[in-house]
Write a protein that binds this ligand. Structure first.
Ligand code: HEC
Ligand code: HEC
Ligand code: HEC
Ligand code: HEC
Ligand code: HEC
Length: 298
């Protein structure tokens, strides 16, 4: 993004306020500054909304033209968190997304559809930490013997952002009672709300052009660590780790509060400067008037 265009006439330092011909020349620099500011705002807005379009792979082209169980994944995947992050069919199933004829050949790395027991490894190629936590848990130990795997809880194509809503009596009492699940849910919900609150504050700062990338990165890592804690399905562990997460969140919150306080200070100063400028402008106009009156009189 190029902010500083050499063609922008922003004559703050070069304005020829030398005294002669003020009546028209005095206005032009201000108009130019206004145009420059508008341009800057336009560049900012178009830069923020300039998301890149995704290219269609041969997998999507061909499966999109099929019917039934072969086409269904395309529509389900489109609204998924994976589509939003650029993880397409071949990211999970392998294969060659650029070669219509060879797309699904094993020589091009096509993996096909995993058996149930292979699913944690299949998803765990990318979600390594979650896979390890899961395999060490009561659920992982029961894999292949009635225990749930990744797709049981998240689905395969319509995978959504993970929230505590995934823990609910309908889904979690299919195989056992809901009691312990409920305890885990209440332990994670408070922290989840704090994370959402901080995400919103950061987004608000980002919208007014404050650089929040570093804090966003920290929060993202923290959020992922926190949401993966669930997979241990151990109430005590979830409780004890939650305290540590809340302390880290409080630190980020503190940094945001400091930025917000600084912004408010600047707003006050900005108001004072504008008031001064307006007063100065009136004064200049009065002087100018009396100069013209003098000329007419003299
Ligand atoms: C030219 C059309 C075409 C292209 C290109 C194509 N597929 Fe397929 N795909 C099919 C058809 C037809 C089937 C069902 C018959 C079969 O299994 O061979 C299928 C089956 C599948 C299956 C299920 C296999 C099973 O064992 O049930 C998966 C998964 C899959 N495709 C993924 C992909 C991925 C990933 C790509 C891109 C790298 C891709 N396909 C490209 C037509 C296509
Ligand atoms: C996040 C990983 C992931 C992505 C991305 C993904 N799949 Fe799959 N897919 C799976 C898993 C896991 C299964 C097996 C479990 C199931 O059937 O739901 C599967 C099953 C399938 C099947 C077999 C369905 C059946 O009922 O037999 C097809 C066909 C398929 N996928 C095609 C695709 C196509 C086409 C895309 C891209 C639009 C895609 N997949 C994207 C993970 C993925
Ligand atoms: C090729 C890498 C890859 C594979 C394979 C993969 N994912 Fe993902 N997954 C991602 C990326 C990238 C994201 C988005 C960034 C993030 O949130 O971590 C994501 C996000 C997710 C999320 C949302 C996380 C959140 O922040 O709320 C879930 C849930 C998820 N994946 C489940 C699965 C499941 C289930 C499978 C297997 C069926 C799978 N993934 C396979 C890369 C992958
Ligand atoms: C497909 C069946 C199935 C589903 C669905 C399922 N579980 Fe389980 N769960 C098991 C099995 C099997 C065990 C291990 C044996 C046992 O403790 O009953 C287990 C154990 C547990 C334990 C006890 C762990 C321990 O060591 O004390 C908790 C907590 C738990 N599950 C939570 C959940 C939650 C939360 C959900 C919903 C998000 C869920 N389960 C969904 C099958 C399932
Ligand atoms: C018993 C249901 C269940 C199973 C099995 C399960 N998950 Fe989850 N998963 C959840 C719940 C519930 C959350 C959200 C917990 C929270 O909000 O704190 C979650 C969160 C996630 C996240 C978000 C955390 C992060 O690091 O971004 C990812 C990714 C994920 N799961 C992937 C997987 C993968 C991969 C597997 C298989 C190895 C798996 N899950 C198995 C229920 C499950």
């Amino acid at each position: 993004m190029g902010f500083a265009s050499p063609n922008h006439p922003i004559p703050l330092l070069t304005s020829p306020l030398k005294g002669e011909e003020i009546d028209s020349g005095g206005l032009v620099p201000i108009r130019n500054i206004a145009v420059g500011l508008l341009l800057l705002i336009f560049i900012l807005i178009s830069g923020i909304s300039g998301a890149s379009a995704q290219e269609e792979s041969v997998c999507i082209k061909c499966h999109g033209a099929q019917t039934g169980r072969l086409a269904a994944p395309v529509g389900e995947w489109r609204n998924s968190v994976h589509a939003a992050s650029g993880i397409s069919c071949h990211g999970c199933h392998g294969g060659d997304p650029s070669d219509m004829a060879m797309a699904m050949s094993p020589e091009r790395g096509f993996l096909g559809v995993p058996r149930d027991e292979a699913i944690p490894g299949f998803c765990g190629r990318c979600h390594v930490g979650v896979k390890d936590d899961y395999l060490a848990s009561a659920h992982g130990r029961a894999l292949g013997r009635g225990g749930p795997h990744c797709v049981t809880c998240h689905g395969s194509h319509a995978v959504r952002t993970a929230t505590p809503e995934l823990i609910n009596s309908r889904d979690c009492s299919r195989c056992h009672e809901y009691g312990r699940a409920e305890e885990i849910k209440s332990a994670v919900i408070d922290t989840d709300q704090r994370i959402t609150g901080i995400e919103q504050s950061l987004a608000a700062l980002h919208r007014i052009g404050i650089t929040t990338r570093e804090m966003e990165g920290e929060l993202f890592a923290l959020r992922n660590d926190f949401h993966r804690l669930f997979h241990s399905v151990e109430v005590e562990k979830v409780r004890s780790r939650t305290a540590g997460f809340q302390a880290d969140l409080a630190k980020i919150r503190g940094r945001i509060a400091a930025i917000e306080a600084e912004l408010n200070r600047r707003k006050l100063w900005g108001g004072a400067v504008v008031a001064l400028l307006v007063a100065g402008g009136i004064l200049a106009w009065l002087l100018h008037r009396s100069y013209i009156d003098d000329k007419k009189a003299g």
